[in-house]
Design a protein around this ligand. Sequence first.
Ligand code: ADP
Ligand code: MG
Length: 475
Amino acid sequence: MNNTAESVWENCLSFIQDNIQPQAYRTWFEPVKAVKLVDNALSIQVPSKFFYEWLEEHYVKLLKVALRKELGENARLVYIIKMENTYGNRLPFTEKIPSAERSHVKPQEVDVPIKNKNPELRNPFVIPGIRNVKIESQLNPSYNFESFLEGDSNRLARSAGMAVANKPGGTSFNPLLVFGGVGLGKTHLAHAIGVEIKEKYPEKTVLYISAEKFTQQYIESVKKNTRNDFIHFYQLIDVLIIDDVQFFSGKTGTQDVFFHIFNHLHQNGKQVVLTSDKAPVDMQDIEQRLLSRFKWGLSAELQSPDFETRVSILNNKLYRDGVEMPEEIVEYVAKNIKSNVRELEGAIISLIAQSSFNKREITLELAAQVVDKFVKNTKREVSIDYIQKVVSDYFQMDVETLQSKTRKRHIVQARQLAMFFAKKFTKASLASIGSQIGSRDHATVLHACKTVDNLSSTDKQFRKYVEDLTKKLSL
Ligand code: ADP
Ligand code: MG
């Protein structure tokens, strides 16, 4: 790849142009020039400080997306500000000068890190009592809004999360409680809110913590007689994100301390974000007064994603990993794994791994095997009768023909395929399969399975039969 600053910027521009109004594009992007490209850092020259600030304020996301598409996750953007009015400033300079800029002489450069580095303290429960200690947010930067794909199933929760991130503590969504089943994105969304707030309001103290860890810290503080420090520590936080609050069930001491912390934060306009695997009404062994606090703000549910959303989640994952996969395989996986995004991702990762370890092409058959492992509990049992019906329909014959004693090649093949799928999709023994498919013996079934295996690796047309039928039998 022979990237130049110009070529990279040109590609960014055409992406940007597709995503904003022509007027805005002409005003804010046409005057920008690409200057140099060093590793992952693209330097662009902007006409003024004001330009730089405007771009940062209004287009930083778009720029990030565009640049990452070109230069990968570690892409960076450096602004070079063309000096204004070399012959003395005509305008009084009122814009705020970002600190990063001050140390530079002309042309001024502003290096905007695209990834948060966050060189803060590790332990969230550090040196209690010391007020101005920096608290590390414990956020995972890759769990952001950009990677949290929107669909009908999550639209409310996602936009409430965005609203909270735009104005932490300043919306009626306080607390924001996100609830939903396992693997539907609660943790991801909780992080995304925190990550976005850190990006917008770097000075705010954000803390993500699981309810379990919170509980452990609390118990520890009781043991060590530092309960007050524990409470003070949490009262310092501007945005407190607690994941899986159902964990507080039955833990009255922790609920009590959380109640006090919550009230303090809420009264002081601080934001609280909670997640739970149940709606507040269904939570058990949580004190009433706490439940009623949970209901003060907004409870937003994450539901199982619909088919389209599942496909886009998979495509997005493949895209980010730089893997190409036939659309029909993606759709097959999305069709068969319905209830849980984590499993969806798991299946596609395992499919990629299988194919690259074993140097196997990703076929529908391989996909079916992998998906099988993920959904084996919920998979409905396919009967041998059903298999015979599907196979004979596919070859446009009736079941009696398929079972008959004829040695006509296409009928023999159909029969062998039926046996092969019966072996594959049912727990029936070879003997039992044989007796149900035209009263054959177990050796015939075994032979049929081997023949199908062989033919599908040597005969393209035959492999197509196997794939089509696999698909039909798995839906
Ligand atoms: P939960 O906390 O509800 O059990 P997670 O937040 O851990 O679920 O999500 C499980 C996986 O699914 C994570 O890898 C997450 O990134 C992914 N995921 C969930 N929802 C989405 C979505 N809407 N877009 C992209 N990825 C998602
Ligand atoms: Mg979770």
